[in-house]
Ligand binder design. Structure first.
Ligand code: 4AD
Ligand code: MG
Length: 465
């Protein structure tokens, strides 16, 4: 029995399990895809991968007629003996006794050739790109990262909840929501059959689960989710997707931004520590070894720097006065541009930095107003090489100040009625954050663009499948 799977219908071991196990000189079956074939005199060596690990298994085929059918990309079922390998580069190999080609693949036409393929070409062949080593490793890294985060939050007593994807509110109030509408009725509109909103009012794809998490935190205290988010923003940068995943956590009875930062720091450090083997797998050139250094520094720094927005602007302005390196003038009240963010993390702090207490006018309506009446109790976590990885804050729990913030942001109060009501019935100070999952993957892996940090990326102008 494996778990509760009835015996007799066991899944055969994956290549990872075979290579990691103690089985030797045993008869095994390997299912997978051919990554490469090398013929050497009378022996054929093929690498078979089933995606379970970065390394495939080396198959050794002595029988020429069996080897003939093996081509790159074909799916095969190989039977043979798993034996210690005399060759370099692998501990074990499969001595093949029988070959079944399950799905043929014409090597001349196969779009995933062995030579380096351009990123753009692979985006065009998105349905096949998981067959490349980098994308497959990225997908395994996503899975490990999500496991680590779930374990981290579960161990702190957070409840994993599922929040809706469709919503009537724009959490960030930035007007970047995708609107959902049903197909127009085929019948001509009549008095009783007027095209109407499917839900009775406008509906959108969520930009963030935060508001729903806040509602659940007023009952379950500590909640988190990993969920898709959608933003109709046209920024075509290497950090923006139209559909991305966000890890969001929200908890009640917290009163300090510093505490929220500490939870973020703990979560990200746990991921750094537990995904090291993946990060090493990506680190194969000079640029990437610099990234490994960044990750190493981040992991070993006992407490990441906290710097207020005001101090950050002072530092930026000082540097600009002497070096004139920024395209955008840093000034209090203006947003930090990505050149500023990267300078703060890479040059000033030389590591991750929480920039806290931004001016209220630069941030969404829900952030808690500080006593100075000008700034809000929030932070952005900026990391070297990437920039913003996480955003979070204390939430405005005081009903009257929340009303005022909605007004200041020119938002329709009636749409946020339920949200304001959370303050009325047993409201409590609370806070939370959202971490961009693809950005985290990009940071750990050193993959330059978040479009390569998700299986099937979407951005303005592009949705292939
Ligand atoms: O800073 P953001 O917009 O914050 C929120 O949405 C809050 N409601 C989160 C919360 O407090 N629960 O987004 C959070 C993070 C960003 O720091 C960034 O890492 C990522 O989400 N992100 C994106 N990632 C990829 N593509 C986009 N278009 C993204 N927009 C934000
Ligand atoms: Mg942000």
């Amino acid at each position: 029995m494996l778990g509760r799977i009835p015996s007799g219908s066991l899944l055969p071991p994956t290549i990872r399990q075979l290579l990691g196990g103690t089985t030797s000189n045993a008869r095994v079956q390997v299912n997978g895809w051919i990554k490469s074939v090398r013929r050497q005199k009378n022996i054929t060596f093929a690498v078979i991968s089933d995606g379970s690990s970065a390394k495939g298994i080396q198959a050794v085929i002595q029988n020429g007629s069996l080897a003939k059918a093996l081509t790159n990309g074909a799916s095969v079922r190989l039977g043979g003996t798993l034996a210690d390998s005399p060759g370099k580069g692998q501990d074990k190999e499969l001595r093949v006794e029988d070959v079944e080609v399950v799905g043929e693949c014409d090597p001349a036409a196969y779009p995933i050739q062995k030579q380096a393929l351009s990123t753009e070409y692979l985006r065009d062949n998105c349905h096949l790109r998981a067959r490349t080593n980098t994308i497959a490793e990225m997908l395994r890294l996503r899975a490990t990262t999500s496991d680590v985060l779930q374990h981290f939050f579960n161990s702190l007593g957070f409840c994993y909840v599922h929040t809706p994807i469709t919503t009537s509110s724009d959490c960030e109030g930035a007007g970047e929501t995708f609107r959902i509408t049903p197909p127009a009725p085929s019948e001509p509109a009549t008095e009783d059959n007027r095209p109407s909103e499917f839900f009775g009012h406008p509906a959108y794809l969520t930009v963030s689960s935060q508001l729903h998490l806040e509602a659940l935190a007023t009952a379950l205290s500590r909640v988190y989710t990993l969920s898709p988010c959608f933003r109709a923003e046209r920024s075509l940068t290497n950090r923006h997707l139209s559909e991305f995943w966000m890890l969001e956590a929200e908890w009640a009875f917290t009163q300090s931004v510093n505490d929220v930062c500490s939870v973020v720091e703990g979560a990200v450090k746990d991921v750094l520590d537990k995904t090291q083997s993946h990060a090493q797998a990506f680190a194969n050139d000079a640029g990437r070894s610099r990234i490994l250094e960044y990750l190493q520094t981040a992991s070993s720094t006992p407490v990441w720097t906290r710097l207020s927005y005001s101090d950050a602007v002072t530092e930026l302005a000082k540097y600009q006065a002497s070096a004139r390196r920024f395209q955008f003038e840093p000034a209090w009240g203006k947003p930090l541009q990505s050149e500023h963010e990267r300078w703060l993390a890479e040059e000033l702090v030389k590591g991750p930095v929480f920039v806290t207490d931004y001016p209220a006018s630069l941030k969404p309506f829900y952030m808690r107003l500080n006593d100075d009446g000008k700034t809000v109790a929030c932070f952005d976590l900026l990391v070297p090489h990437l920039g913003e990885l996480v955003g979070g804050s204390l939430r405005e729990e005081r009903g009257d100040l929340l009303d005022k913030a909605l007004e200041n942001h020119q938002l329709d109060k009636t749409q946020y009625g339920w949200y304001s009501e959370l303050r009325k019935y047993g409201g409590a100070p609370h806070g939370g954050f959202g971490l961009g999952f693809e950005r985290l993957i990009s940071w750990i892996s050193g993959i330059e663009n978040v479009r390569e940090c998700i299986a099937m990326p979407r951005w303005a102008g592009r949705m292939l499948l």
